[in-house]
Design a protein around this ligand. Structure first.
Ligand SMILES: *[C@@H]1O[C@H](CO)[C@@H](O)[C@H](O)[C@H]1NC(C)=O
Ligand SMILES: *[C@@H]1O[C@H](CO)[C@@H](O)[C@H](O)[C@H]1NC(C)=O
Ligand SMILES: *[C@@H]1O[C@H](CO)[C@@H](O)[C@H](O)[C@H]1NC(C)=O
Ligand SMILES: *[C@@H]1O[C@H](CO)[C@@H](O)[C@H](O)[C@H]1NC(C)=O
Length: 333
């Protein structure tokens, strides 16, 4: 009897850990600490789900609870804000009744940085709560990590950044996992990728282009890019918005190295084109890598193969411009 239970249990564990999982909800506990005392605590659940139309994702904040004192509290508007693909912060918009304190954003396979407007001893400002990627209706961390059932929490901290004497510590634990399609058991290894991103004006004339070459090293991705666009503009290229040190000026080439984390991970190559004073900017994906079992995929369950060697995506901007991207494997091993 004991042995039977043991084997059943072992099979369950093995079966469970071999299936690929992604995270769709994270419980956040943000502690604002002065000295050794928590002066403000904010809890919420961040959830990603299918947003219905055109492959969009609905990102919501639920079960919000926080402490409040005259010196340490949320600002009056109190709504969490998010910067999507590095754009200006947008406050969460209240959804229909039903979900307690619920509000949401709509995203399109984007980087997602969550901030909370707080007042701490007379200083008001936005505290960074979560930096990540919301892609394929699931949540991963900014430096690539896909949280796993066996490793479901991440501890983040803002140090004492822009609030004097206040430390911000954030516990992020995934509470809901979904099983995603497994990576194919055999697919060729790709040695070299090329991405071509073009933004066109509404009359189809070319506004800007970025050509990128990506090589995989043992623990990093080497990314070389060429940029053309309006006079005086520049390109910032990053993985998940995190490694933003990589900037290219007009008609120049830049080479950057983006470190890879161990284990299953996800990277969106985010291109941000802007003029010198940031009067305008356009964000565009140069493609994604999902790494599962050390294999690079173009999306969950889909490898780069000779018959299916390119990933495509597109975006339409509010002013009528249109961005398109293709990321292709150009050399199989
Ligand atoms: C917290 O700090 C105060 C003053 O710095 C000290 O008196 C107190 O013992 C500390 N409490 C704990 C639990 O460490
Ligand atoms: C997000 O990615 C998935 C998988 O590649 C795709 O099916 C979906 O259409 C994408 N959504 C958008 C808005 O591009
Ligand atoms: C936040 O969550 C923690 C852990 O679950 C709990 O101990 C604490 O009471 C919660 N705080 C608030 C303000 O609800
Ligand atoms: C990107 O490549 C295309 C042709 O493949 C070329 O027409 C375009 O000028 C290139 N852009 C840059 C910035 O190198």
């Amino acid at each position: 009897m004991g042995i039977l239970i043991y084997f059943t249990f072992a099979t369950f564990i093995l079966g469970y850990s071999s299936a690929q999982q992604s995270c769709t909800a994270i419980d956040l506990v943000a502690n604002f600490i002065v000295g050794n005392e928590t002066v403000l605590q904010w809890n919420a659940t961040l959830r990603a789900e299918n947003g219905g139309k055109n492959g969009a994702t609905k990102v919501s904040i639920e079960n919000v609870a926080s402490t409040s004192s005259p010196k340490y509290h949320l600002t009056e508007e109190s709504k969490a804000k998010a910067s999507i693909n590095g754009n200006a912060m947008i406050p969460c918009s209240s959804s229909r009744a039903g979900r307690k304190n619920g509000c949401s954003w709509s995203t399109t396979n984007s980087t997602f940085n969550l901030a909370l407007p707080v007042v701490l001893d007379g200083n008001s400002g936005d505290a960074q709560i979560f930096e990540g990627v919301i892609d394929e209706n699931s949540i991963s961390l900014e430096w690539g990590v896909i949280l796993q059932p066996g490793n479901k929490c991440n501890q983040d901290g803002e140090g004492n950044s822009h609030f004097p004497n206040v430390q911000v510590q954030i516990q992020q634990c995934c509470t809901t996992f979904i099983t995603v399609p497994p990576p194919p058991s055999s697919a060729p290894t790709c040695k070299k990728y090329k991405s071509r991103a073009i933004i066109r004006n509404s009359d189809f004339s070319i506004f800007s282009t970025v050509n990128t070459t990506i090589y995989q090293n043992m623990m990093s991705l080497e990314v070389t890019s060429d940029y053309t666009g309006p006079t005086g503009s520049a390109l910032d290229i990053s993985a998940n918005g995190y490694y933003t040190m990589c900037m290219t000026h007009l008609d120049t080439t830049s080479t950057c190295s983006f470190p890879l984390v161990m284990g299953d991970s996800k990277y969106i190559f985010l291109l941000k084109m802007h003029d010198k004073s940031n009067a305008w900017n356009y964000a565009l994906s140069a493609g994604r890598f999902v790494i599962r079992n050390k294999e690079i995929l173009m999306e969950e369950g889909v490898a780069f193969t000779k018959n299916n060697d390119c990933f495509y995506t597109s975006v339409k901007y509010d002013d009528g411009k249109m961005g398109t991207t293709e990321l292709c494997c150009k050399e199989f091993a």
